[in-house]
Design a protein around this ligand. Sequence first.
Ligand code: 8DG
Length: 134
Amino acid sequence: MGVALVTVAACALVDADGRVLLAQRPEGKPMAGLWEFPGGKLEAGETPEETLIRELNEELGITVRQACLAPLTFASHAYERFHLLMPLYICRRWEGIVQPMEGQALKWAEPKRLRDYPMPPADEPLIPMLIDLL
Ligand SMILES: Nc1nc2c([nH]c(=O)n2[C@H]2C[C@H](O)[C@@H](COP(=O)(O)OP(=O)(O)OP(=O)(O)O)O2)c(=O)[nH]1
């Protein structure tokens, strides 16, 4: 019994002005239009850090070193079809320019403005933590 546990690694990229990068989920996917932290599902055999390094390169065109990924907090949320366990890392240093490699909308959001962006329900408890930290 029980539901599948899905592990998703996500990252709060923080720029020099303390703003956080959000990416809009594209049309056609579950929760389309909501704003999320870049990242994605772990593939077989991957560590969360490996997943993030891969996803940040695929989605944003940047190169992130493992040493620049610091664990911040996590989300644990019961969606109807699965239980999401999502470690959230913070990263302030990367190589390259952030670009929407998959055509997704991107926004650098001031922490105090994070609530203006509708996010998946799993993310909501993370917002106060980011506001406190940044
Ligand atoms: N990347 C990311 N995913 C999140 C966040 N919050 C949240 O609930 N999720 C969920 C949405 C998805 O169910 C899952 C991430 O999966 P994904 O983006 O790799 O895959 P997907 O559902 O878009 O589509 P697919 O690859 O299964 O086709 O985690 C977040 O802040 N960032």
